[in-house]
Each structure stands twice: as structure tokens, then as C-alpha cells.
Design a protein around this ligand. Structure first.
Ligand code: SF4
Ligand code: SF4
Length: 173
């Protein structure tokens, strides 16, 4: 009977392989053709948000840069005018950069922002081949607009967008 023991063990091993292959759910994902759904609270690449009318939410206050523990954000603000308006209120971010090599995806910038302008999204496709390319500029981070008449800067009616921080509900998770 001893001679049969290796055959039995071999059969057992093949049966486990067969079971795993044909009856258990496949856990591998054929990336990049197939993309895995991330968790609702996942923190991926940042997005600079706009209001529904297309104006930029960022007012260039630099609170995100001050809150960032990795010193990854650089903001430079400039003055809005009604003829050349980017965002509500006095100022907008004329330069906004995030160094993705420094970022640790802690979300402090998101928490510090008074207008909910900077949000960590679900995009995890971050690849670059040089340090320079790891610095994401405002143009790369800013949300796109649905139509060309909603782009910024644009001319608006005088005296309408005087409040930098609109009244908002408590942020929802
Ligand atoms: S997620 Fe954290 S480390 Fe990254 S830019 Fe925001 S505050 Fe800085
Ligand atoms: S993203 Fe928010 S915190 Fe950062 S500069 Fe813009 S408005 Fe201020």
C-alpha cells in the first residue's frame, strides 16, 4: 500500500488546484484594461474643484499649504477683477502646485480648505519619470468644465461674487 501513498497525495494536490481554478472567485485583476473599484474613503490624486457655474473654488488662501506636513503644496495668489474672474471673492490661486513625490496622502489639505476646493479623488494612476514631472500644476489638477462658456477667467456682472467663502453645509463623508 505504501506505493499508493504518493499517488493519493498527488491526486489530492491536483484536486485542490482544480477546485481553486474552476470554482473559487478570481482575485486577480487584468490592470490596466480592468480597473479595481476603490473604497469610498480612498485618498488618491488631488482634484481642484469648481462650482456648478464653473468658477474655481480655490481662493488662494494657502491654508492647505500651511496644513501640509510634507511641505508638498505651493500656492501663489493674485487679485480677481469682475472682468477677469477666476473664483468668487478677492483672490484666486494663480499658481497651485503639488509635489506628488512628497505627498503622503494624509488628507490634511482637504480638511484645512475653507471652500472644499482641494479634494483627494479616486485616481491612483500616478507615474512619472523625472522629479519635475512629479510636480502637478494647477492646469493638471483643475476640474474640467462641461462647456467653453464656463471656463475661467471670464467676465462677470459687477458686485455679484463678493464672498470668498460661500455659506456651506457641513461637509459630508
Ligand atoms: S495629502 Fe497630506 S501630504 Fe499630500 S498634499 Fe495634502 S496635506 Fe500634503
Ligand atoms: S485649495 Fe483651499 S486651502 Fe488651498 S489655497 Fe485653495 S482655497 Fe485655500
Amino acid at each position: 500500500m505504501r506505493v499508493l501513498e504518493p499517488m493519493i497525495e498527488l491526486g489530492r494536490g491536483l484536486w485542490i488546484t482544480f477546485k481553486q481554478t474552476f470554482f473559487n472567485p478570481v482575485v486577480t485583476v487584468s490592470y490596466p484594461e480592468e480597473k479595481r473599484q476603490v473604497r469610498p474613503r480612498y485618498r488618491g490624486r488631488h482634484v481642484l474643484k469648481r462650482y456648478e457655474n464653473g468658477l474655481e473654488k480655490c481662493i488662494g488662501c494657502s491654508l492647505c499649504a500651511a496644513a501640509c506636513p510634507a511641505d508638498a503644496i505651493f500656492v501663489e495668489a493674485s487679485e480677481n477683477t469682475d472682468e477677469n474672474r477666476f473664483s468668487p471673492g478677492e483672490r484666486y490661486a494663480s499658481t497651485y502646485e503639488i509635489n506628488m513625490l512628497r505627498c503622503i496622502y494624509c488628507g490634511f489639505c482637504e480638511d484645512a480648505c475653507p471652500t472644499e476646493a482641494i479634494v483627494l479623488g479616486d485616481n491612483y494612476e500616478l507615474s512619472f519619470t523625472s522629479r519635475r514631472d512629479a510636480i502637478y500644476t494647477k492646469e493638471m489638477l483643475l476640474e474640467t468644465v462641461p462647456s467653453s462658456d464656463m471656463t475661467t477667467p471670464r467676465s462677470v456682472e459687477p458686485g455679484v461674487y463678493t464672498r470668498s467663502v460661500p455659506e456651506m453645509k457641513d461637509p459630508q463623508d
